[in-house]
Write a protein that binds this ligand. Structure first.
Ligand code: UDP
Length: 325
């Protein structure tokens, strides 16, 4: 198959490209290198079936060519990372909404399959734990920048489902729950690479708020395998799927685990949300996916637990540091 990955030089996109190349596909990626990097795909650049374009998905003529060549499109290009989103709301909304509009419009002309990457953020402040795909989305006020990400992604979901319903363009929506693994950068706020980096260089581990908020972290390898399987399954079209793990951990316990696994002497530094992000910032207390739907369809099951995930990130950060020295 010819496959296009938007955001293919990003953390998840580059892992997906690897899996697709191994499967024998011809892989095309487009990335504007805003949060993705050349480094993420350096090892793939000489592969005869890997083709890259460094440009934005909002460049319609370039996208028209790429979409035309593809049998299937994984649309992962988006503004991501809570820090980035709070700092650049215009960019968040425009990239996430306009980019998806262009991908869907072009794909629908020849009915190409599109997998749209959404996020567990869309559940917002819902406390209907575990979150199931047909549950209500509970957003905060529009004055609070964080929710622009959730709303922009929710709009992407509406659009994707509408393109299937109205124009019979086969679309699949996935909601990713805190994906983690090698190549994820801590620069945009993501907690595990940030705390691992801090622990390894002996800085205080920044725990935002009380540290009692919890998350379920998902191994990137499990996410990309699920994306590939869903893209091949006829019954996934027109549907939404959570992809995640149900191993819940508070951020305070996560920081203690990272401290222990790195053997770091660093202390924990509790930072109030309004200092970490912006005044009035609202976090999500708990975020646990219901995985029944994806389990039933493709037999999805997380393969690596939290300790395994943290261990892999520690190894990655250490190797990266060594490469810099
Ligand atoms: N967080 C933290 N310290 C950091 C970065 C993040 O305590 O240095 C917290 C953040 O407030 C949130 C959780 O860790 O409660 C997960 O944050 P992340 O940005 O990785 O993902 P989110 O779940 O917010 O999308």
């Amino acid at each position: 198959m010819n496959v296009l990955i938007t955001g293919g030089a990003g953390f998840i996109g580059s892992h997906l490209a690897e899996v697709l190349l191994e499967r024998g596909d011809e892989v095309f990626i487009i990335d504007d290198l805003s949060t993705g990097s050349v480094e993420n795909i350096e090892h793939l650049q000489s592969h005869p079936r890997f083709h890259y374009t460094f440009d934005t998905v909002m460049n319609r003529p370039i996208m028209a060519e790429l979409v035309d060549r593809a049998d299937c499109i994984f649309h992962l290009a988006a503004a991501v990372g809570v820090r980035l989103i709070v700092e650049s709301p215009v960019r968040t909304i425009e990239t996430n909404v306009k980019g998806t509009e262009i991908v869907l419009d072009l794909a629908s002309k020849k009915k190409k399959t599109v997998i749209i990457a959404s996020t567990s953020e869309v559940y917002g402040k819902s406390n209907a734990i575990p979150f199931s795909e047909d549950g209500d989305l509970v957003m905060g006020a529009t004055t609070k920048g964080r929710w622009s990400y959730a709303c922009s992604k929710a709009l992407d979901e509406f659009l994707a489902l509408a393109y299937w319903k109205e124009k019979q363009c086969p679309t699949i929506v996935v909601r990713l729950f805190n994906t983690v693994g090698p190549r994820q950068s801590g620069r945009y706020g993501m907690v595990i690479p940030r705390l691992v980096q801090q622990a390894l260089v002996g800085q205080s581990l920044t725990v935002y708020g009380t540290g009692m908020q919890s998350r379920c972290f998902t191994w990137v390898g499990d996410v990309v395998n699920a994306l590939v399987q869903l893209s091949l399954h006829p019954d996934s079209v027109g549907e939404i799927f959570n992809i995640g793990s149900t191993q819940e951990v508070t951020i305070q316990d996560l920081a203690l685990l990272i401290k222990e696994m790195t053997g770091s002497q660093s202390d924990l530094l509790y930072v109030p949300y309004d200092q970490a992000y912006e005044s009035g910032f609202e976090d999500m207390d708990r975020r646990i996916p219901s995985l029944g739907k994806i389990q039933d369809l493709i037999g999805y099951k997380p393969t690596i637990d939290l300790t395994g995930i943290v261990g892999a990130v520690i190894e990655y950060v250490k190797q990266k540091e060594l490469a810099i020295r």
